[in-house]
Design a protein around this ligand. Structure first.
Ligand code: E4P
Length: 217
């Protein structure tokens, strides 16, 4: 399973990238706002840092304008994935941009039928939003499982990019179901390393080591 980092904060991407944890990056208008940076500048910096796909989202809502914005964003670097909302116009733009050989991430997916349409429009990635479904008392994981089954039934090559990940359990469940990619905030990725028994065990080992009076270096 690939790990994408869901942020536009360069320092945080760089820290994870140095550890080989970053297979790609996702951004959206809210994350660009949070970064306080210019979209084209920060996206270029991210693309220079990371080898994998970097999603940059259009903000137009009409197909022709989405296509124009998508082409402009794709000029930033060869590893740009143009992010388009899952609307009818977004699907039209997806068909055109993927036809030009550009990577497209269709975002704001909340149903398996939407995901089916995105695959038929040639999307490179489909982004079902787990956390936002959980927020309204629906099960985001059911959606990931449904899309996995449908894509496997028909051999669609669109990659399932589990998004709106809020917890380590979302990561685990996505991996169990077989999502191709998760995108998560840096804090969630770092939290995957944590376990209370690891902390407790280390504390005991260090206490016993101190009693030996020895040094390794
Ligand atoms: C990623 O592509 C999405 O934009 C992001 O995961 C949304 O997450 P949120 O629902 O926590 O804002």
């Amino acid at each position: 399973m690939k790990f994408f980092v869901d942020t536009a904060e360069i320092d945080q991407i760089a820290e994870l990238n140095d550890l080989g944890m970053v297979d790609g990056v996702t951004t959206n208008p809210s994350l660009i706002l949070k970064s306080g940076r210019d979209i084209l500048e920060v996206t270029k910096e991210i693309c220079d840092l990371v080898d994998g796909p970097v999603s940059a989202e259009v903000v137009a809502t009409e197909a022709d304008k989405m296509i124009a914005e998508g082409r402009h964003l794709a000029e930033v670097a060869p590893n740009i994935a143009v992010k388009l909302p899952l609307t009818w116009n977004g699907l039209k733009a997806c068909k055109v941009l993927t036809g030009e050989g550009k990577m497209v991430n269709v975002t704001l997916c909340f149903s398996a039928n939407q995901a089916l349409l995105a695959a038929k429009a040639g999307a490179t990635f489909i982004s079902p939003f787990i956390g936002r479904l959980d927020d309204i008392n629906l099960d985001g994981m059911d959606l990931i499982a449904d899309i996995r089954q449908i894509y496997d039934n028909y051999g669609f090559e669109t990659e399932i990019l589990a998004a709106s990940i809020r917890s380590v359990n979302h990561v685990l469940d996505s991996a169990r179901i077989g999502a191709d990619v998760i995108t998560a905030p840096p804090a969630v990725i770092k939290k995957l390393a944590e376990h209370p028994l690891t902390d407790k065990g280390l504390e005991m080992f260090l206490a016993d080591w101190a009693k030996t009076g020895q040094k390794i270096l």
